[in-house]
Write a protein that binds this ligand. Structure first.
Ligand code: CO
Length: 137
C-alpha cells in the first residue's frame, strides 16, 4: 500500500530558465534552492521550495527533449503536477491495474533525488501527473 503524501511540486516548462527565474525570484523573494541538469531528460531545472511544495522550472536542452517539444508545440506554461508517494512501484501498479497508462515502464531517476514516473495525460483529463518518491541514501 502506497500512501500519497502531498503535492511535491508543480512543473513549469520554460524557454529560457535564466529569464524565467527573474519572475520567480521576485514573486517568491528568493533565488532557487537547487539547480541541476537531468541528463536522462535533457533538461535543466531550478527548484524553489515554498512551504511543503516546490516549483520546478524546466528548460529543454536539446531538440529531443520532451520539454523543448512541449514549449514548441504549446508554448511555455504549466507542464505537470507531482505527488510524492511512499512507494512508487506500488502506486504505479495500482494505477495501472485501474487502467491508467504510465509513460515509462519503470520508474527512473529524476531531478531532486527522486524516482519518478508519469501517468499518460490521455487518461487523466489532460493533466500530466508525476509520481515521485525520494531516494533514501
Ligand atoms: Co517534476
Amino acid at each position: 500500500m502506497s500512501e500519497t503524501k502531498h503535492i511535491d511540486h508543480i512543473g513549469i516548462a520554460v524557454k529560457d530558465l535564466e529569464a524565467s527565474k527573474k519572475l520567480y525570484n521576485s514573486i517568491l523573494g528568493k533565488t532557487p534552492d537547487k539547480e541541476e541538469i537531468v541528463a536522462s531528460e535533457n533538461v535543466k531545472v531550478a527548484f524553489y521550495t515554498y512551504g511543503d511544495t516546490k516549483l520546478e522550472l524546466l528548460e529543454g536542452l536539446s531538440e529531443e527533449s520532451a520539454i523543448r517539444k512541449f514549449v514548441e508545440k504549446k508554448g511555455e506554461g504549466m507542464h505537470h503536477i507531482a505527488f510524492e508517494v511512499s512507494d512508487i512501484e506500488a502506486s504505479m501498479r495500482k494505477m495501472q491495474a485501474e487502467g491508467y497508462r504510465l509513460i515509462k515502464e519503470k520508474a527512473g531517476k529524476g531531478a531532486d533525488n527522486k524516482l519518478v514516473n508519469f501517468l499518460h495525460p490521455k487518461e487523466t483529463g489532460g493533466v500530466l501527473i508525476e509520481l515521485c518518491q525520494t531516494i533514501k541514501n
